[in-house]
Design a protein around this ligand. Structure first.
Ligand SMILES: [Cu+2]
Length: 135
């Protein structure tokens, strides 16, 4: 895990029990599956300013990449899972997902717009769009 958001501390006290479900409920869970060299779904719509957990799962028996264009630049993110994230000056460049690999990216989309994503491995024609709705 990189850049933790502050996982709940404390064990089974009454306040921890009450806090955990409401924390989880505020997270928008989105799954992006990769199967037979396709992203599913190809279009993802996100609400702005809402904490989002994007789970990318590679069901294929070959390597794939998730390359987001613009969406996650200059954005604080939290990446976990067995994918290999690669970072540049502007933030996350791409995540390489091994066979049956999974990566979770937690972030808050703040800029409404249309953000393409694709897989940049040679010969793979795989792409999709993430739409962040207007505020
Ligand atoms: Cu691919």
């Amino acid at each position: 895990m990189i850049n933790g958001w502050g996982t709940p501390t404390g064990a089974a006290g009454p306040s921890a029990v009450n806090l955990a479900p409401s924390e989880a409920a505020t997270e928008n869970l989105v799954t992006l599956d990769i199967r037979t060299r396709k992203f599913d779904p190809e279009t993802i719509t996100l609400a702005p300013d809402q904490k989002t957990r994007l789970t990318i799962i590679n069901h294929d028996s070959e390597l794939h990449a998730f390359v987001p264009v613009g969406l996650l630049s200059h954005t604080h993110i939290n990446v976990s899972g067995n994918g290999a994230p690669q970072f540049g000056k502007e933030g996350l460049l791409r995540v390489l997902l091994p066979t049956r690999g999974q990566t979770d990216i937690v972030f808050i989309p703040t800029r409404p717009g249309n953000y393409p994503f694709f897989c940049d491995l040679p010969g793979h024609v795989m792409r999709g769009n993430i739409v962040v709705q207007e505020k």
